[in-house]
Design a protein around this ligand. Sequence first.
Ligand code: RIB
Length: 291
Amino acid sequence: MKVLNFGSLNYDHVYEMDHFVEPKETQSSLSYIRNFGGKGLNQSIALAKAGMEVYHAGKVGSDGQDFIDYLNKYGVNTAYLTKDDNEATGHAIIEVCKGQNCIILHGGANQSIDEKQIDEVLAHFDKDDVLLIQNEISSLAYLIEKAHEKGMTVVFNTAPMNEKVFTYPLDMIDIFVVNEIEGAGLAGLKTSDINEIIEGLRNKYPDRKIVLTVGDQGSYYIEGDTLVHQDIYKVEAIDTTAAGDTFTGFFLASYLKDKDVKKALDLAARASSITVQGKGAAQSIPDISQL
Ligand code: RIB
């Protein structure tokens, strides 16, 4: 079994702030750093660090060789990662303040993934393989359809949540990974009440596996009447960027290997508690030996 992560790659421009910039305000940052990020790249690094064989497919601009080298350094296979000379590599402007973050995203090359590239990549995978996606690349509806047609297991982390999600063939998704905002959105609810979100997801997707993370309230696995809860490991958060990506990668790696939900949630909670103690995205994801 191979995991194909067809996902975004972004240069993250990270600004440490005294407070988040408000309308009409100009504010100097306390520090600046450029890192490798993108929900796709972060999740590939997390999967690889959790010991999974992972292929990262996607697109970067002509300045994106660094991403290929970075992924290779952690053992991620980049055979299906291509360069687009006409597009800029995706990037994100990230404000970090008191452990929280705000992100502005520019899709760039991530949004020039087309049906031709998808066909070429999927030709190398079959029904025993797993497709992982996030909501940061183009042509997702086609990708989901084709992977499902092949019989691949499709795992969708619906981040960032927006209207486009409902234009995808969601009935072809096997496992959803969501936080509370994405979970409420997916259930069609405007609530932050965790029990309501769980019930909403359960009612709308009764035959699907759903992983729901709820910040300091921990995480849940929902499948029909089955509900498994996992607490967080309490630490002091410095930067929460990529905590969700770490959770997704470690959960999936462990779940696919052992099919033990409780163990997978616990491992993912431990891994993301380490990620939030470091600055940046991919660089703060721990190695399994640190857990
Ligand atoms: O989940 C964190 C990621 O979201 C960042 O690395 C940024 O690039 C955005 O995609």
